[in-house]
Structure formats: C-alpha cells, structure tokens
Write a new protein. Structure first.
Length: 115
C-alpha cells in the first residue's frame, strides 16, 4: 500500500506563486515516475507535469514555462513550483504514482487563483 499526501494549496492572486508538495510513503521498492494532475468541476482530470525516476520532466502545454516539477528521491517527495498563476489554474491538484500495476492518488489540494 502506498500513501500520497499533498500540501501547499491555497488562495493566491493572479500572477502569484505557490509550491505544492507530495510525500509518498508505504511499499515503494523502486523509484517511480511521479505526476501532478488537476481537476475542475465538470472536467476530466488532466496531467500537469511528470518527472521520471531520473529527473526528466514533461509538462502540459498550458503550464510550460510557468510550472516546475522536481523531486527528492531520498525523501520520496515531489514538488510543483507554480509561477505566474492564472485564474484558469484554479483546480484541485492531485499527486499520482503508479507502482506494481496500481495507480495511487492523493486526496488533492485546492489551488484557487483569484483577486
């Protein structure tokens, strides 16, 4: 069993910054890619950023140049630095990890971008 706990969400003004963190614990035997997704009401959950075990990253077009994903393998944590936030970035952000053929999700952290 794997547990993912997100933190760092909140209310921020347009143009502001937030950093989300996700701590993974439990039966993780090898380093796995970790991902951030987000979801707004009535829409499907969408991938925001991915980081491989080696540190390679990939981003949704909508966040490229503004968001940065990073990880600390020793601590099984992943971070999402979000800059130049826009109202359309408002969503619940979820941490995701797939291991042993099973998808694990955190409970999510709400990010609200509003003046």
């Amino acid at each position: 069993q794997v547990q993912l706990v997100e933190s760092g969400g909140g209310l921020v003004q347009p143009g502001g910054s937030l950093t989300l963190s996700c701590a993974a614990s439990g039966r993780i035997f090898t380093i796995k890619p970790m991902n951030w997704y987000r979801q707004t009401p009535g829409k499907e959950r969408e991938s925001v950023a991915t980081i491989s075990s080696g540190g390679s990253t990939d981003y949704a077009d909508s966040v490229k140049g503004r968001f940065t994903i990073s990880r600390d393998n020793a601590k099984n944590t992943v971070h999402l630095q979000m800059n130049s936030l826009k109202p359309e970035d408002t969503a619940v952000y979820y941490c995701h990890l797939r291991t042993g053929g099973v998808d694990y999700w955190g409970k999510g952290t709400l990010v609200t971008v509003s003046s």
